[in-house]
Design a protein around this ligand. Structure first.
Ligand SMILES: *Cc1c(COP(=O)(O)O)cnc(C)c1O
Length: 402
């Protein structure tokens, strides 16, 4: 595409719908004319002259040097996701954890402090509690929805607040706007892990958050094919994150970037379908006598319902519920399913089921589990894109075993 035409396309994309951005932002065309984005499977890039090499290294001339620094397929994924999140810049990473680590390395130093929601991805907890701690960074964990606790936990050395909304596995909703105001009032950043909603359902930067982290392993790919991650935010903040990535090395591979960028093209459609089926199943589960309660923010009685309607455009594909009879009943339920996969992964076209108390949250003490609402009878389902009738029939197999 000529430079003029491309410049006009970029202007169109600024105000285009997210479905259009997902398909048209970050298009990668080469002179060979391939319509689909090619995978640049190369570690390095050649220069015409010694002077050009020097200019690239000095940053005087744009262009690729080495794939730990940048790669066209990876840039294509980054440009697409940045647009979709409403951010200036995206930096792709090797995994979701690499995105969370790179953010920490970019903005924290010895003696600094984080306030984090207690109900974040389990490994994030371990990263903060065990590894950042080793380097003199302390974390205070608070209840996601307790604004007073967030405020009380902020110290002079707090650099950022960190959260996931909806939370996993209880689908609690945090008020992103209010937390952004709180963070900024104390000179802190707000970092949001946007895995569960994705930009198709929620755009935290537009609500005041400063940084988004993603595991591309989940809905962004959407078909369980690869591991990846990303950080999104302003040019200024992302320059810091990019520096960390380029130096420390957990960058995204071109192949994984290609998978993720192809995933993004269908993200909006998938998230709508995931959300639609999850709501049907949540409403149905609520009417079953073997079930004590259902956690899903799309249910009108859910404490997060009003906030979810306000800041999301859909409720997402993950729900959880408590069966009567504790662990025995929960395991019986899981073992009676045939269609749904027993795996802790989520955000896949395949429905998955897991027992948090003995898997993802198994390392918590009984006290901590109780505090986090991880009951022995709790089951989490990531609702996939199979026919909703077939998923319901499989859940019925679980219920019938009780
Ligand atoms: C999976 C997950 C992560 C970690 O991502 P990886 O790609 O597995 O490293 C972080 N946050 C959330 C909410 C997740 O679900």
């Amino acid at each position: 595409m000529s430079e003029d035409k491309n410049a006009e396309l970029q202007i169109i994309l600024e105000s285009a719908g997210i479905e259009t951005q997902a398909i048209r932002a970050g298009q990668l065309r080469t002179e060979l004319g391939s319509h689909g984005e090619p995978i640049f499977a190369t570690s390095s890039f050649v220069f015409d002259t010694a002077a050009q090499a020097a200019a690239r290294f000095a940053g005087d001339e744009p262009g690729n040097i080495y794939s730990r620094f940048s790669n066209p397929t990876v840039s294509s994924f980054e440009d697409k996701l940045a647009k979709m999140e409403g951010g200036e810049k995206c930096v792709a990473t090797a995994s979701g954890m690499a995105a969370i680590l790179a953010t920490a390395l970019a903005f924290l130093q010895q003696g600094d402090h984080i306030v984090s929601s207690r109900s974040v991805f389990g490994t994030t907890n371990v990263l903060y509690d065990k590894y950042l701690q080793k380097f003199g960074v302390a974390t205070t964990f608070v209840d996601l929805t307790d604004m007073k606790a967030w405020e009380a936990a902020i110290q002079d050395n707090t650099k950022y607040l960190f959260l996931e909304t909806p939370s996993n596995p209880l689908c609690e909703i945090a008020d992103i706007k209010a937390l952004a105001e709180l963070a900024h009032g104390h000179g802190c950043l707000l970092v949001v892990d946007n895995c569960f909603c994705t930009p198709a359902l929620q755009r935290p930067l537009l609500l005041g958050a400063d940084i988004i982290v993603h595991s591309a392993t989940k809905y962004l790919d959407g078909q369980g094919r690869s591991i990846g991650g990303a950080v999104v935010g302003s040019e200024k903040l992302m320059a810091e994150v990019y520096g960390v990535l380029r130096t420390c090395g957990p960058t995204m591979s071109p192949f994984n970037a290609w998978i993720a960028l192809k995933g993004l093209e269908t993200l909006s459609l998938r998230m709508k379908a995931h959300s639609q089926s999850a709501l049907v199943l949540a409403e149905w589960l609520q009417t079953q006598s073997e079930i004590e309660k259902v956690h899903y923010s799309g249910l009108k009685g859910n404490p997060g319902y009003a906030l979810a309607v306000d800041q999301q455009t859909g409720f997402g594909g993950v729900l959880s519920f408590v069966v009567k009879g504790g662990r025995d009943a929960a395991w019986k339920f899981i073992d009676a399913t045939r269609l749904i996969s027993i795996t802790a992964n989520l955000g896949d076209v395949k429905s998955t089921i897991t027992h948090p108390a003995t898997t993802t949250h198994g390392r918590l003490s009984d006290d901590e589990k109780q505090r986090a609402g991880i009951e022995e009878g709790l089951l989490r389902v990531s609702v996939g894109l199979e026919s909703v009738d077939d998923i319901r029939a499989d859940l019925q197999r679980g219920l019938s075993a009780l």
